[in-house]
Design a protein around this ligand. Structure first.
Ligand code: NAG
Ligand code: NAG
Ligand code: NAG
Length: 337
């Protein structure tokens, strides 16, 4: 287990430092970031895939928190190599009365052109369609081919934070996933085959209801974000119905004093991540320190060392400005080796 964690950790540092070394990576994602035009009422997002799309990007277990607030939703996180992203969704109606899922942080920030479909589902569908013909991805794996050509079997996680009522929002989400579902691109659980991991894993949080996640007793392709602090003892959460197990860091361990975690707090985290692992869930802490940068990096490093599975990242640009002190792992400077 330790070696696995250490490997994750090394991979994380190595990719970030590699990314810093290459000023303008020659991949399609970077080009899209440069030319991006947001979707508007009369034109959908333009280029959604370009040659060598993710060619030099090794995915890392980071989660682009509030992703839709970035200048280029979805793509900025992908270019940073984050294998998980997040959209806050609000069920509402279009002028013609059709139900729609709008994306934004607050109700006031919503607009008709910024929908789950226009910002995430349609681009993901296009990217995955084009990736199937990508020869670089093909060299590394047969099937299924995901977003990251260097690691085609890495599933990309789309976390949907339900802002409107769980009951009202659920059927619209289920219906809108049909395009991706019909391509067999969604991680799916069925009573007969169990869990089958595919290119995209959909996770629901916020007002999403666990009862609706498990309502269908034979098949599901939306997984729950289980409460990480509520897992001890008998629990209903497991990998058949949930993907993440998450909590805010202060809720998990209480107030942090003098910018360091106490031995007791570290032990609490270790207990939580080990329990999540036993259940086959990925542990994720949000509300982790963001400032100063040295303390943020130390907190991230500690979480990874203690076994947390993903880092919740708000500011992707800042995440790439790595503290060089962190190049030293177990006494070895890996950045200059
Ligand atoms: C993917 O394939 C390329 C070309 O064969 C190779 O250089 C690279 O190391 C492979 N990546 C992985 C993660 O196996
Ligand atoms: C997960 O689902 C499979 C297939 O139905 C089943 O065999 C297995 O026992 C389930 N695991 C848990 C922990 O419920
Ligand atoms: C469960 O999902 C399957 C496949 O999508 C569907 O055919 C079936 O009607 C669903 N069952 C219920 C009770 O919703």
């Amino acid at each position: 287990m330790l070696t696995h964690k250490r490997r994750t950790w090394l991979a994380l540092i190595l990719t970030v430092t590699n990314r810093l070394r290459i000023p303008t990576p020659a991949n399609g994602l970077r080009s899209i970031l440069q030319r991006y035009q947001p979707p508007s009422a009369n034109s959908p997002a333009k280029s959604t895939w370009l040659k060598d799309f993710s060619a030099d990007i090794l995915p890392v277990p980071c989660h682009a928190h509030n992703d839709y607030e970035h200048r280029v939703p979805l793509y900025e996180g992908l270019a940073a190599g984050c294998s998980s992203t997040e959209a806050d969704i609000w069920r509402g109606s279009l002028p013609n009365g059709d139900a729609e899922l709008f994306v934004g942080h607050t109700f006031k920030s919503l607009s008709h052109s910024r929908t789950l479909k226009s910002l995430y589902l349609d681009p993901l569908k296009d990217i995955l369609t084009r990736q199937q013909g990508d020869s670089f991805a093909f060299m590394n794996a047969s099937a299924p081919i995901g977003i990251f050509s260097m690691s085609p079997s890495t599933a990309f996680v789309l976390l949907l934070d339900f802002k409107t009522s769980g009951h009202d929002t659920w059927p619209t989400v289920l219906a809108q996933l049909e395009d991706l579902r019909s391509q067999n691109w969604l991680t799916t659980w069925t009573a007969t085959d169990g869990l089958v991991k595919r290119q995209l894993t959909i996770v629901a949080t916020g007002n999403a209801l666990f009862d609706l996640v498990i309502a269908n007793k034979t098949r599901r392709d939306i997984f729950y974000d289980a409460p990480l602090t509520n897992l001890p003892g008998d629990t209903i959460y497991n990998a058949n119905n949930s993907y993440y197990a998450s909590t805010s860091l202060p809720d998990a361990i209480g107030k942090i004093h003098h910018m360091r975690l106490s031995a007791d707090q570290k032990a609490q985290i270790t207990g939580q991540v080990e329990r999540a692992e036993e259940l086959g869930l990925k542990s994720r802490y949000w509300d982790t320190p963001s400032w100063p940068v040295g303390w943020r990096n130390r907190a991230w490093q500690t979480l990874i060392e203690l076994g947390a599975d993903v880092l919740n990242v708000d500011d992707l640009q800042a995440a790439a400005r790595w503290d060089w002190q962190m190049c030293v792992v177990a006494g070895v400077n890996i950045c200059n080796s």
